[in-house]
Unconditional design. Structure first.
Length: 132
């Protein structure tokens, strides 16, 4: 699934664009995209240390030098966004949100940051709220 998403997004991104993967992907999406597009700069933002370590190991194993993995969460998104940021991919597991309302609040928060940065970003969300 992450390879297909990377193949879909790749031709839609400008040369040298910056992509932020707010990740439940364990770095898989960013690594696939980095392999396709060596000109891109990618940040994987992951709040859990075990996943950060796993993503860093994957990046190292695949030799993708244009991916940086950081231990952080969506609330610090503004630290990583810049004028070259063109896309944000949000892939959380079904347990990340207690309700669809929580998910919408998070996405609205990210949208507000993009409005502030005026980057023309695309936001892809493949998460599903857990059942109430």
């Amino acid at each position: 699934a992450y390879r297909l998403l990377a193949e879909f997004m790749s031709p839609r991104l400008k040369k040298g664009a910056h992509v932020i993967d707010i990740s439940g992907t364990g770095g898989n999406f960013a690594v696939h995209l980095a392999a396709i597009r060596k000109d891109l700069r990618l940040h994987v933002v992951q709040p859990q240390l075990a996943y950060v370590n796993g993503a860093r190991e994957l990046v190292k194993r695949k030799g993708t030098t244009n991916v940086q993995v950081v231990k952080d969460d969506i609330r610090s998104f503004g630290l990583y966004a810049n004028d070259r940021t063109q896309a944000v991919v949000i892939c959380f597991g079904s347990s990340a949100y207690s309700s669809e309302r929580d998910l919408k609040q998070t996405l609205n928060s990210v949208k507000g940051l993009f409005d502030k940065f005026k980057t023309g970003a695309m936001i892809f969300d493949f998460s599903r709220p857990k059942s109430s």
